[in-house]
Design a protein around this ligand. Structure first.
Ligand code: SF4
Ligand code: SF4
Length: 371
């Protein structure tokens, strides 16, 4: 049977030690999906531990509930240990394999790729556009393509996005082959897993929310995460609709205020701005004890990139009829290009692995009920 390789045996061993303590204690069984899934095991293989780590939503509830958390000599810290183990699973399943290193010092990598993507687009714009193009106020159909030719925009975006989607698919498949159930997953389990992913049930803390800065419960993080995730999906829907208009209907951008791409993009952009800004602000006030500090940079870098992509998009929308449009278009596309490249090599992958872990947990629950 395939096993997740122990990239950091220390983290794997620590996860195993903690799960053995938790399995004897079971005080947190009602907090989230991790503890009921844990009780299915007497011993924990690296595969089991990887699955449990990806089920964890980092709500920190079990840290504040735990009588064995530091300074107790047992030093049980589930959220911090599982965050490190999740990061190892991202490296184990990344495609192409040599890019596993991107998850080391991931915050720096995201920063560098963003800076390079952003500078390259602006540099090419300055170099290739005719004098005066960037400072002219272009209005009407084809206005964007007078600054950047349609073919250059379409080919660059399609190639990078399709490659990243392929890498995400191969990584997700590799994760499922190792950590997913070997049985046939019933449709109702897939529905239940997708429902838990879409509603972030495990950030709900049984109706009270999660813990950020202390033992007090709050729904703030869950709502901000919803704003960010659904904002991202709406922006993706806006891009897809705009591509359909341009490719299939030969209706060139920019589109009117009340067209579908603009409505979806505006709503999604505002959601992304609120969600990412709020989550970054929460990180500054959060208690550091239940967090894996080495991963703070990667979390923050992805939030910042999503925020900049959305904010530059909204600014472009508001100023698209002005002379600032050319530069703003370059800035926005620079951030979007970096985001497309980084999708499989940043914390973005957690959405896929977590959803797959939730589907497996739902399938395991289903099997327990029917046996
Ligand atoms: S986190 Fe602590 S309280 Fe909760 S199950 Fe584990 S050992 Fe028990
Ligand atoms: S941090 Fe939250 S989601 Fe993770 S194991 Fe603890 S209670 Fe469950």
């Amino acid at each position: 049977m395939l096993e997740i390789k122990a990239v950091s045996t220390e983290t794997m061993a620590e996860s195993q030690r903690i799960m053995e303590i938790c399995n004897a204690c079971r005080y947190c069984e009602g907090l989230c999906a991790v503890f009921p899934a844990m009780t299915l095991h007497r011993e924990f293989s690296s595969t089991d531990l990887g699955h449990l780590a990806n089920l964890c939503h980092n709500c920190k509830g079990c840290y504040y509930a735990c009588q064995y958390a530091p300074p107790h000599p047992f030093g049980v810290n589930v959220p911090a240990t599982f965050a490190l183990l999740r990061d190892e699973t991202y490296r184990d399943h990344v495609w192409p394999r040599p890019l596993a290193q991107a998850f080391e010092r991931n915050g720096t990598i995201v920063g560098i790729v963003t800076a390079v993507g952003f500078t390259t687009v602006l540099f090419l714009l300055g170099l290739l556009s005719a004098p005066g193009t960037l400072s002219h106020a272009w209005i009407g159909p084809d206005a964007f393509y007078r600054v950047i030719p349609w073919a250059a925009m379409a080919i660059t975006a399609s190639v990078t996005l399709l490659f990243s989607l392929l890498a995400l698919f191969i990584g997700g498949r590799s994760y499922w082959l190792v950590s997913g159930t070997k049985r046939r997953v019933p449709l109702r389990a897939i529905r239940a897993g997708l429902h838990d992913a879409a509603t972030l049930t495990n950030l709900g803390g049984g109706g009270y929310g999660c813990n950020e800065s202390d033992a007090a419960f709050s729904m703030t993080r869950r709502y901000l995460h919803h704003a960010m995730a659904y904002g991202f999906l709406l922006c993706f829907a806006a891009t897809t609709t705009a591509s359909f208009y341009a490719y299939a209907l030969h209706w060139p951008a920019p589109y009117p205020w009340f067209s579908l791409p603009v409505l979806l993009g505006s709503l999604g952009g505002v959601g992304l701005i609120i969600g990412t800004f709020g989550l970054m602000a929460l990180k500054f006030t959060a208690d550091r004890a239940p967090a894996a500090r080495v991963l703070a940079g990667s979390d923050f870098a992805l939030l910042a990139l999503l925020f900049l992509s959305a904010a530059s998009g909204i600014l472009l929308l508001l100023l698209r009829n002005s002379a600032a449009m050319g530069i703003l278009l370059g800035v926005h596309l620079g951030f979007i290009l970096s985001l497309f490249i980084l999708l499989p090599y940043s914390k973005f992958v957690h959405g896929i692995y977590r959803t797959l872990a939730l589907i497996r947990a739902a399938a395991d629950r289903d099997m327990r009920k029917t046996n």
